[in-house]
Design a protein around this ligand. Structure first.
Ligand SMILES: [Zn+2]
Length: 301
C-alpha cells in the first residue's frame, strides 16, 4: 500500500546557505522518499495556497496581512527568525494547507505524511522561532469547524515546547494539546498545553521512549480522539545544535515506530508532520526526517 504523502516544490526555495534554518531539507526529504520508493505520482499530493478563511481560524487577520505585505516591525522580524522574501511568503501560505490536506487524507486512509509542517511556535498574532503560521492549530480548528472530527489530539514530540499551539487552542476543549519537550530548551517562557512533559536534558533514551509510549497510550485511552496529529520533530537528536536531549537516530526510529503502531492498534487515523530538526549536514538531516515515513510504511503496509 502506498501511503499518501503531501509535499510541494515551493517548500524549499532559494535561501541563504549560512542561515541556521535548513530551508533545503524539505526538497531533500521529498527526493529521499522518491528514491526509497515511498513516493511516486500515485501517492503524491500537492497542496496549493491556503485561503485566508482557513488561516484566520487560528490567526489575527491584521497579523496575516502584515506578514503578507512585509509590514512587520524589526522586532517582529527578529522574533520570527527568518528573513522575509517572496519565496518565504509563498511557502508559508502553502504549508498549513499541506497539514490540513494531510489530516483529511489520514481520516480517509488511516495515515498520511506531510513532508513539512509542525510550526508550533507560531502564535495568534505573532511569529516566533522560525514559525509563522501554526499549521497544527489551523488544521485542528478547521476540522472541528467542519465537523470532520469531534476530538483531535496534537501529539508534539519536537524538542521545543509547542507554545503557540497550546496558546491558540487553550480555549478549545475539543483539541487536546500534548507537548513532550526538553524543559531547558526554547521557549524560555512556556505556555500551558493540556499535557506538558518537560524532560530533563539528561533523560536516558530508554526513559524517553517509555515516556512517549506511556503518555500516548494514556491519551488514546482518556481522550479517544478521532484524529492524531503527530509532530515528529527530530531536534531531539543528540547532535542537534538547537536541542539539548541526547537521543540517537536508532531511538528516533523506535519512537516513530512506537507512536504510529499505537495509533494503528487503536484504529485512530494519524497525520504526521516533520517538525524541527537542524544540522549543517542537510542530507543527514533530511534522512532523519524520513524516519517517520519509513515507520509509516513499516507499520501500515
Ligand atoms: Zn523544535
Amino acid at each position: 500500500m502506498l501511503i499518501p504523502i503531501v509535499s510541494n516544490p515551493f517548500y524549499s526555495f532559494s535561501f541563504p546557505d549560512s542561515h541556521r534554518f535548513p530551508m533545503e531539507k524539505f526538497g531533500l526529504l521529498e527526493t529521499i522518499c522518491r528514491e526509497k520508493g515511498w513516493l511516486n505520482d500515485k501517492n503524491y499530493f500537492r497542496p496549493g495556497t491556503a485561503k485566508m478563511a482557513l488561516l484566520a481560524q487560528a490567526h489575527c487577520s491584521d497579523y496575516l496581512s502584515r506578514f503578507m505585505n512585509n509590514q512587520q516591525t524589526k522586532q517582529e522580524l527578529r522574533r520570527m527568525g527568518l528573513p522575509w522574501s517572496e519565496g518565504l511568503r509563498k511557502r508559508t501560505l502553502i504549508s498549513p494547507n499541506g497539514t490540513f490536506l494531510t489530516a483529511q487524507l489520514a481520516l480517509k486512509n488511516g495515515v498520511a505524511c506531510h513532508l513539512a509542517g509542525g510550526t508550533h511556535h507560531a502564535h495568534y498574532d505573532f511569529a516566533s522561532g522560525f514559525c509563522i503560521l501554526n499549521d497544527l492549530a489551523i488544521t485542528a480548528k478547521a476540522l472541528l469547524a467542519q465537523n470532520k472530527v469531534k476530538k483531535v489530539l496534537i501529539f508534539d514530540c519536537d524538542v521545543h515546547q509547542g507554545d503557540g499551539t497550546a496558546s491558540i487552542l487553550a480555549d478549545e476543549p475539543r483539541a487536546f494539546t500534548c507537548s513532550i519537550h526538553c524543559e531547558k530548551n526554547f521557549p524560555a517562557r512556556k505556555a500551558k498545553s493540556d499535557l506538558d512533559l518537560g524532560l530533563a536534558a539528561s533523560i536516558s533514551e530508554q526513559d524517553y521512549l517509555l515516556t512517549v509510549e506511556s503518555s500516548l497510550k494514556g491519551l488514546i485511552h482518556t481522550q479517544q480522539p478521532d484524529l492524531i496529529i503527530y509532530d515528529a520533530g527530530v531536534d531531539i537528536f543528540e547532535g542537534d545544535p538547537l536541542g539539548l536531549l541526547s537521543i540517537s537516530e536508532e531511538s528516533i526510529r523506535m519512537r516513530e515506530h512506537i507512536v504510529l503502531a499505537l495509533c494503528k492498534e487503536a484504529g485512530i487515523p494519524v497525520a504526521t508532520v516533520i517538525g524541527g530538526g537542524y544540522d549543517d549536514d542537510r542530507l543527514a538531516l533530511a534522512r532523519r526526517h524520513a524516519l517517520v515515513v519509513e515507520a509509516a510504511y513499516s507499520v501500515f503496509s
